[in-house]
Design a protein around this ligand. Structure first.
Ligand code: BES
Ligand code: ZN
Length: 455
């Protein structure tokens, strides 16, 4: 193990340069203009995996390719673990809010700034560097590893779901290790044992057949933008509760133990308010900010569009208005059922003066595996040793839908060992990845395999 750790220390500068090379590739999965960049990124990754000694393949799919890379086959049966990650990134917009361009990685103040730095290229790259250290120092890796790195995580992972079913036999494993979540601070490395689920839909209300002069017609026809705003406003009450009948019926309650644990997390309400730059925090009454953002269901408007958005004014009654909506879900809530309840409520709220159209989006259940098993225990040890601080266990609010499929199709639990810091700006301008998290993450990965294999 010492030679592996020494290798990781000796090659830090090169690892950072390689990560920058990876980050320079604009693999935006949601935008078809970037399809060739996404393919180029998969190629780069496959070649990189081969260069460090893995057996790598690129699998074409109906959409973005999947890259798999395995440790060389050896005689005898060893435990097998998957490492999951995604090379696709969120769109970088709004571009003008970046201090340096999103696909020109820049290192400042101990962090690398680029779209995809923390979500998720930097995080899975740390695991690749750990395996490289084993392979290049000729150290015995006591288990077989297969990296599965997809290009559609930010758009629903459809191809990977199919791929898991097709390759079920090859991918049988003892656990999946995923670094695609966060930690409260560098002094609080974390094991996440619960993620929220999600259900998405897009609602459009249509009024007149075209935009109308608001002076000539305004007042005699309903305004779709106003109608939609009134409908959406009615979905939440003053206490921050979602006003959709049945929404909370099945939602699993927090245990007393969990609420006690959450009180011990760093980041007070005041610090959190400052971090986000809001005037005041707002959320469901009766819950702390940690609880609200990780263990309670929510409804958000992700995007709202209607009428004239250009320079200056334009006096019209817009022909239509639309909103993209997502709900985050907690254990026991069924995404299809919540979607149905929400649609029913929107129909009820819609006046006869407009036409209502609703289009379904993606959905995923919440993930919840108590952190009490032996694999979780050794993961906590690896975190403690690599970061030099006592780890915390977390529930987090984001979603990684594919981990439910790992459970359903492969029967495998996921160990969520996130390396993102609260100010890493995931999905926002100026995304970054802290280089201490990168190097400590690689060390954590190196320390993890012998421990997991010994169970
Ligand atoms: N890495 C995030 C998920 C995440 C972030 C989990 C922080 C916990 C803490 C992932 O890349 C992501 O953004 N997932 C999407 C999934 C959605 C498209 C279904 C999300 O949560 O919005
Ligand atoms: Zn993401």
């Amino acid at each position: 193990m010492q030679s592996v750790l020494d290798y990781l220390t000796a090659h830090r500068a090169r690892f950072e340069e390689e990560l920058c090379e990876y980050l320079r590739l604009p693999s935006v999965s949601a935008q078809t203009d970037h399809d060739c960049d996404t393919r180029a990124t998969a190629d780069w990754l496959m070649k990189h995996c081969r260069a460090i000694g893995l057996k790598a393949r690129k699998h074409t799919t109906d959409f973005h390719p999947i890259v798999t890379a395995s440790t060389p086959k050896r005689a005898g049966r060893r435990p097998h673990f998957l490492v999951y990650g995604h090379y696709d990134v969120q769109p970088p917009d709004p571009l003008e809010e970046w201090d340096t361009p999103p696909f020109e990685p820049t290192i400042r103040k101990g962090a690398v700034y680029a779209r995809g730095a923390t979500d998720n290229k930097g995080q899975h790259f740390a695991h690749l560097k750990a395996v490289e250290a084993f392979l290049q120092t000729g150290s015995e890796l006591p288990c077989d590893l297969t990296f599965v790195i997809e290009g559609e995580e930010e758009v629903g992972s459809e191809s990977l779901v199919k791929f898991l079913r097709q390759k079920k036999k090859d991918l049988q494993c003892d656990a999946v290790v995923v670094s695609d979540t966060g930690m409260p601070s560098k002094k609080h490395p974390a094991l996440t044992y619960s993620l929220r689920g999600v259900t998405a839909l897009e609602v459009t209300v249509r009024g007149p057949k075209a935009d109308l002069h608001s002076g000539i017609y305004g007042g005699s026809v309903d305004n779709p933008a106003l109608v939609l705003c009134q409908m959406l406003a009615a979905l939440r009450d003053k206490r921050g509760r979602i006003a959709v009948p049945g929404f909370y019926d099945r939602a699993q309650k927090l245990t007393r133990y969990e609420r006690e644990q959450m009180k011990r997390l760093p980041i007070s309400a005041a610090q959190y308010r400052r971090l986000l730059g809001v005037k005041a925090l707002f959320g469901e009454m009766g819950y702390t900010h940690h609880e609200q953002r990780s263990a309670r269901p929510t409804l958000e408007i992700n995007g709202l569009t209607s009428g004239y958005q250009g320079e200056g004014s334009k006096t019209i009654v817009p022909a239509w208005a639309s909103a993209k909506i997502t709900c985050r879900l907690v254990p026991n809530q069924d995404p299809c059922e919540i979607n149905r309840l929400l649609k029913r409520q929107l129909k009820k709220l819609c006046p006869p003066s407009v036409k209502l159209e609703i289009e379904d989006g993606h959905g995923a259940e919440a993930y919840h595996v108590p952190p009490t098993g032996p694999q979780a225990q050794v993961a906590l040890e690896a975190l403690r040793e690599a970061f030099g601080h006592e780890p915390v266990i977390l529930r987090e609010g984001g979603s990684i839908p594919i981990i439910n499929e790992f459970k359903k199709v492969l029967g495998a639990d996921s160990l969520l060992l996130g390396l993102a810091l609260p100010d890493d700006n995931l999905h926002s301008p100026n995304e970054k990845f802290d280089l201490d998290c990168f190097h400590n993450g690689a060390e954590m990965s190196a320390r993890l395999w012998p421990k997991l294999a010994a169970i």
